[in-house]
Design a protein around this ligand. Structure first.
Ligand code: F6R
Length: 612
C-alpha cells in the first residue's frame, strides 16, 4: 500500500527520495511525490502514475530547492479517499505552503476535522483524508513543530505513519506512528526514514522501529524520541540483515520469476537448523513453548488473509491429521468481529508475510485480549505482528518484492508443517514416523527444483490457454488450498477470472459455467481422494472443458484422455502442496506474460494491506 520515505543528511535529497520510492514500488501505488526543503522554502513535485515519470519531473524541476536540498519527504499513494490525481498525491501542503507532510493510514474522523478547519476559514483542496492532518498541524503551530504534531495527532482517530517538515523550522523532520509501520535508518551523518526496510537497506543496516504513539524528532544533532504526551521513550537499534541484492531483479525479467526460482533456497533457509532428525521433531525455539506446553494445546486457530490464509489451511490439515489436535483456519478479517470463543489453551497462529496486514494484526490483538497463546509466522523481521506476538517463527524467505506472493507461501507451508510435526510428536506421532516426515520436509527444496526444471514445458501449456478469460482449479484434501492459491495467483497477475473449488463442489453450481474455452486445472496428484477428483475432472471433460491434469510422477496414466499434463514428483499428501503450487505459480506467470500484464505490480493491488 502507500509508502513513505524521508531523508535528512548531506546528500542530494531528491535523488535518495526518488530512489527510495522506486524500492517501495512493489507495495502497489498509483501516484507519487516528493517535497524538498532548502534555504527556507519547500518545493513539491507530484505525479499520478509511475516513479520513472516522477523521476523525470523531478529532474526537470531545476529549482535550487529541488537540486540543493539535503532533506525531504516522499510518498507512493495507493488511492483510498479520492482518485489517483496530482491533487490527491502526497506530500500534502497546508494552505500557507509552510508545512509538508506524507501520511500512510486512514484518518477516520477526517470529515469532522475538515468541518472544524472550514469553520476557521481553512479549506482543504484535495479529496483525501490525509490533508486535514497537515492543515491541522499548521493551524495548531505556535513555535515548535513537534508540539503542533503531537497536539494534532491527539485529535485524530485512525491510523498513521507520518513525516512532517516546515520551513519555519528548517533542519527538522518530525516522524510519528500509530498502526502504520515506520522504520528509521541511522546512517553515518544521515537518517533515512521509510515505511518499509527495503528503502533503507541500501543506506544503512542500523534501524529503529517506531511503536504506536512514538514520535521521533530528527535534526542535525541526531534523533530524539518521545510519546505523544512528549515523555521521552527509547527504542532499541536493531540490525537489519536483508541483503540489498535480494531486492534487485538481477537477470530475471520480473521479481515474481526470480522469487519463484529462489524457492529451493528460501525453503532451505526456512527449515535450516529447525529439524531434529534424531528425535523426529522440529525445533522452533521462537515458539517458546516446551513439549509439555505443546501437549496442553487444546485447539489451534490459524488466522491470515489471502495467500497466507491458504498456507494456514495446509497447516490446519497437517495439525489435525498428524497431531490429532482440533485445528481451524479463519479469515483474519472475520475473526475480529465475530467474537470468537477462545480459551487459554488455544494457540492462535497469525500468518503474514509482511507482518503488517491490518486484519491479521487486529486478529492478533483480539486473540491476545481473550487470553490465547498467540504466535506469529512472519517474513518481515521486526514487523508489527512479529513484535506484538512476541513469539513465533520467522519464515526467512528474504524480501518478497513481487506483489503476488510465491516464496513466502512455500516457506509458510514449510513452517506450518514443522509446527504440525512439533505438536504431533508431543501427542500421538511415534518417533520413526516423525523422522520420516522430517526427512520429507528436508526434501522440499529438491522437489521444488524438479518442478522448476519443467519451466519450459509449463510455459508451453500456459501459452496454449493464455487467451482463456475464465479458468477453474479443482482439488481436494491437501490440494484444495492449493487449488484456491492457484486461482488467486492467476487472477492477480493475469486478470483472468479464475475460481478455486473443492473438486466435489463444482457440480453444486459452478459446473454450469464450463464450456470449451474454460480450462479446468485438476489437481490429480496421488493422494487420498485422487480417484474421486479424477471422476470430477471427467465430468468437466464431458462438458467439453479442456482439462490440464496435474499428476504425480509414475502415475502419468491418470492424465489419459485429458488435454494437457503437468507432472509433480511423487510425495506424501502433506508435502504435495509445495511442489504442486510451484507448478501453478509458473503456469499463472506464463499466462500473465503471454497476455502482456504488468506482473510485478498488478493493477489495484498492494503488497501490504494496512487498512481494513
Ligand atoms: C496474494 C497476496 C495476498 C497476501 C495477503 C496477506 O499473492 O500476496 O493475498 O497474502 O494480502 O498478506 P500478508 O501475508 O502480508 O499478511
Amino acid at each position: 500500500m502507500c509508502g513513505i520515505v524521508g531523508y535528512f543528511g548531506k546528500r542530494k535529497a531528491s535523488e535518495i527520495l526518488v530512489d527510495g520510492l522506486r524500492r517501495l514500488e512493489y507495495r502497489g501505488y498509483d501516484s507519487a511525490g516528493v517535497a524538498c526543503l532548502h534555504d527556507g522554502s519547500i518545493a513539491v513535485v507530484k505525479n499520478p502514475g509511475k516513479i520513472k515519470e516522477l523521476r523525470q519531473k523531478v529532474s526537470d524541476t531545476a529549482t535550487l530547492t529541488m537540486t540543493e536540498s539535503r532533506m525531504g519527504i516522499g510518498h507512493t499513494r495507493w488511492a483510498t479517499h479520492g482518485p489517483p490525481t496530482e491533487k490527491n498525491a502526497h506530500p500534502h501542503l497546508d494552505a500557507s505552503g509552510h508545512f509538508a507532510m506524507v501520511h500512510n493510514g486512514i484518518i477516520e474522523n477526517y470529515k469532522d476535522i475538515r468541518k472544524g478547519l472550514a469553520s476557521e476559514g481553512i479549506e482543504c483542496i484535495s479529496d483525501t483524508d490525509s490533508e486535514v492532518l497537515v492543515q491541522l498541524i499548521s493551524f495548531l503551530y505556535k513555535d515548535n513543530l513537534e508540539d503542533a504534531v503531537s497536539e494534532a495527532l491527539q485529535k485524530i482517530k485512525g491510523t498513521y505513519g507520518i513525516v512532517v517538515m516546515s520551513d519555519h523550522e528548517p533542519g527538522k523532520l518530525v516522524v510519528a506512528r500509530c498502526g502504520s509501520p515506520i522504520v528509521i535508518g541511522l546512517g553515518k551523518n544521515e537518517t533515512v526514514i521509510a515505511s518499509d526496510a527495503s528503502a533503507i537497506i541500501p543506506h544503512t543496516r542500523d534501524a529503529v522501529y517506531l511503536e504506536d504513539y512514538d514520535m521521533a524528532v530528527i535534526t542535525e544533532d541526531g534523533m530524539e524520541m518521545c510519546n505523544l504526551q512528549r515523555a521521552p521513550v527509547s527504542r532499541e537499534v536493531t540490525e537489519m540483515d536483508w541483503d540489498t541484492g535480494a531486492a534487485e531483479k538481477g537477470e530475471y525479467e520480473h521479481f515474481m520469476l526470480k522469487e519463484m526460482f529462489e524457492q529451493p533456497q528460501s525453503i532451505r533457509n526456512a527449515i535450516r537448523g529447525r529439524l531434529d532428525y534424531d528425535m523426529g521433531t522440529a525445533v522452533l525455539s521462537g515458539l517458546d513453548f516446551s513439549a509439555r506446553d505443546a501437549a496442553q494445546i487444546n485447539r489451534v486457530l490459524v488466522v491470515g488473509c489471502g495467500t497466507s490464509m491458504h498456507a494456514g489451511m495446509v497447516g490446519e490439515y497437517a495439525i489435525e491429521e498428524m497431531a490429532g489436535v482440533n485445528a481451524e483456519v479463519e479469515q483474519a478479517a472475520e475473526f475480529r468481529y465475530r467474537n470468537p470463543l477462545i480459551t487459554p489453551n488455544d494457540l492462535v497462529v497469525a500468518i503474514s508475510q509482511s507482518g503488517e496486514t491490518a486484519d491479521t494484526l487486529a486478529a492478533v490483538r483480539e486473540a491476545k485480549q481473550k487470553g490465547a497463546i498467540v504466535a506469529g509466522l512472519c517474513n518481515v523481521v521486526g514487523s508489527t505482528i512479529a513484535r506484538e506476538t512476541g513469539r513465533g517463527v520467522y519464515l526467512h524467505a528474504g524480501p518478497e518484492i513481487g506483489v503476488a506472493s510465491t516464496k513466502a507461501f512455500t516457506c509458510q507451508v514449510s513452517v506450518m508443517l514443522m509446527m504440525a510435526l512439533k505438536i504431533a510428536r508431543t501427542r500421538r506421532m511415534p518417533r520413526h514416523d516423525g523422522i520420516e516426515f522430517a526427512r520429507w520436509i528436508q526434501k522440499l527444496p529438491d522437489l521444488v527444483e524438479r518442478v522448476l526444471a519443467q519451466n519450459k514445458a509449463i510455459k508451453a501449456v500456459a501459452q496454449k490457454y493464455a487467451k482463456a478469460d475464465n479458468a477453474f482449479f479443482i482439488g481436494r484434501g491437501y490440494l484444495f488450498p492449493v487449488a484456491l492459491e492457484g486461482a488467486l495467483k492467476l487472477k492477480e497477475i493475469s486478470y483472468v477470472h479464475a475460481e478455486g473449488y473443492h473438486a466435489a463442489e463444482l457440480k453444486h453450481g459452478p459446473i454450469a459455467l464450463l464450456e470449451e474455452c474454460t480450462p479446468v486445472i485438476a489437481l490429480l496428484n496421488n493422494i487420498p481422494g485422487k480417484d474421486k477428483t479424477l471422476g470430477n475432472a471427467e465430468e468437466c471433460k464431458a462438458r467439453k472443458a479442456p482439462v490440464i491434469a496435474v499428476v504425480s510422477e509414475g502415475d502419468e496414466g491418470s492424465a489419459d484422455g485429458f488435454d494437457d499434463m503437468i507432472v509433480i514428483p511423487d510425495c506424501p499428501p502433506a508435502i504435495a502442496p509445495v511442489p504442486t503450487v510451484v507448478a501453478l505459480q509458473l503456469l499463472s506467470y506464463h499466462i500473465a506474460a503471454a497476455r502482456g500484464c504488468e506482473i510485478d505490480q498488478p493493477r489495484n493491488l498492494a503488497k501490504s494491506v494496512t487498512v481494513e
